[in-house]
Write a protein that binds this ligand. Sequence first.
Ligand code: GLP
Length: 264
Amino acid sequence: MRVLTRKDSDDVALEAAAMFVDLFARKPDCVLGLATGATPLGLYGRLIEAYGEGRLDFEGVTTFNLDEYYGLQPDDPQSYRHFMESNLFRHVNIKGERAFVPRGDISYRDVEAFCSGYEALIRGAGGIDLQLLGIGSDGHIGFNEPGSSLRSRTRLVALDPRTIKDNARFFAREEECPGLAVTMGVGTILEAAEIVLIATGSNKAEAVAEALEGPVASMIPASALQMHPKTTFILDEAAASLLKKRNLYMAAERTEGETGLKIY
Ligand code: GLP
C-alpha cells in the first residue's frame, strides 16, 4: 500500500484533495465514495475551494456515502445526510439526485431491501472510482466495527461502545448517539477501484499501525485494506507515529518523486 506521511492535518487535506482533482480531470463523470467525521472536513474545505476556483466540476459526479445512523431523519442535524449537505453538497454543483447517503429512517422490515438496493445503486453507477475513508480509533471503517466480516455488504449494524464514546462529542449527551447504523460493508468498500484513507492525530496511531502492519483480521476492519490493490494512506506525523516501516514508505515516496510512478 502507499503510505504518505505529511506534517499536519492541513497537508493531509491538501494531498488528498490532489487525488480528487486528478480523478475529476481524468473522469469528469466519476463515482466517489464519501466519508463523514471530523477528519475529512479539511479535505471537503479544499474541494469546495477548488470548485470555487473552477478547478473542480461536480456536474457529472455521483457520490455514495459510507454510512448513516439508524433512527435519524435525513434532516436531523446529527445525521450524516445533514453533515454532507452542510459540509460539501450545498457548496458545490453536485446534482442532488446523484448524491446518495444511506437512509437511517427506514423500518426494520424494510432495512434489508434498502441495503441491497444501495448496493445495486453503486453497481448501477458503474462502481466506485475513489473511496474516501477515515478510521475509527478501534480500526473501524465506515461503521464496520471490530468483528465485521471482511466480506460484509451494506447492512444494519450495532455500534461498538467505543465508537459511541468517540462519537458522543458530536451529540449533546452520550445517550443521544444512536446505537445502530446502516453501513456499506468491508466487502463493498474493497470493490472500489481506488481507496484513500486519511487519518490525523495520535489517537489514530494504534489503529493505523494495526491496519497497515498487523495481520489481516476482522477485529481490525481497516486491515482488510491490505487485500486491496490500490490503497493510499495519507497520515499526519502523529497518526503515523507508531509505524515500524516508516523508512520503507519514505523510500517508496522518494522513488515516486524520481519516477513519477505511484508505488503501492
Ligand atoms: C465515524 C464514521 C467513520 C469515520 C470515523 C472517524 O464513526 N462512521 O466513517 O471514519 O468515525 O471519525 P473522525 O474522523 O471524526 O475521527
